[in-house]
Design a protein around this ligand. Sequence first.
Ligand code: AMP
Length: 391
Amino acid sequence: MSVLVINSGSSSIKYQLVNPETGEAIASGLVERIGEESGHVEHHFGEVTRELNGPVPDHGAGLETVLGLFAEVGPSLTDGSISAVGHRVVQGGKYFDGPALITDEVQARIEQLCPLAPLHNPAHLKGIIVARRLLPDVPHVAVFDTAFFQSLPGEAATYALDRAVAEKYEIRRYGAHGTSHQYVSGKVSELLERDDLKQIVLHLGNGASASAVVNGKAVETSMGLTPLEGLVMGGRTGDIDPAVVFHLSRVAGMSIDQIDNLFNRQSGLKGLTGENDMRAVWDMAEAGDANAIEALEVYAHRIVKYIGSYTAIMGGLDAITFTAGAGENDNKLRAMVAERLAPFGVKLDAEINAVRSKEPRVISTADSSVKLIVLPTNEELAIARQAMTLV
Ligand code: AMP
């Protein structure tokens, strides 16, 4: 039994064939630079890696190449072993609070939601259309990044904006990375053997977000209408006074598209240091670069600000969990955050924190007021498992 998980981007398709029971990644790969002069496809199965270079005109051609590689290199997708195709979809709007079996109607809804996620939903749609055409005998399931946050209370999801405008244009906090926050917070409950937890999950990858989860339900999250709001990210500002937009428009004469690009791609760590990879920022900081040192402080400050506000909102806190690229691997960043929480009795076990591992682990001392946890996220597995709930 396996599920083919597809994450289709504007010029790429990433895929993984997952065993939803064991979590094993049976095969994986990606198609890059779709529509450009020279594309790239790579497919991994067991010890074998097959790479192809050459133009990939569109998503259909890309997925056809991938299916060809499955047939040639393995494993077979036509022997009836695949139970579903799970598609990652960033924006499900107010319509989806869980996974959905993709019908023409569901597909039309995803299309209708494109204005709310102009960078993501059109790309997902391309992947869905070609995958449904090329794999017509398997159920296709959409798993939405926003679904976990449909449970946010009104007071957390509502912006204090003119109601008529907000309603007409469907403006609210939708959140993102929900599949990861749901998976990780669920695993924390398993790890601590407790369902009644007040927890904060910090998904710190190239995109970064925080969520507050009480008894398994999300009550707050840092991303908003789009993934721009909240924590400092690789290339995104996170929180910023919206009046900066008016200022840049009026004073600098920048267009909306220029400001969009500035906030979503040229800001965050990249804007502060020139580098959007946390490892490069640490290298600069350790070499004494003042901008990089300040960028790390801004990054940690923002995280701590969210931890404080979420603790107040939940009326307490049992666990803080670090996940995704930097959360799982960056022990110095975790130490920076923990140090700032020391006045509240939060105590990091420096030795355990320094150990590199793929295993979920508690990294605080036994007498810490709050458990600090590192828990690797696995969005592909979470998508595969959610898809299986519908087939
Ligand atoms: P993700 O989006 O989850 O793949 O995370 C990617 C980000 O994780 C990269 O941009 C890095 O900033 C960060 N990252 C990965 N490995 C490390 C590491 N060993 N130390 C610090 N940051 C890391």
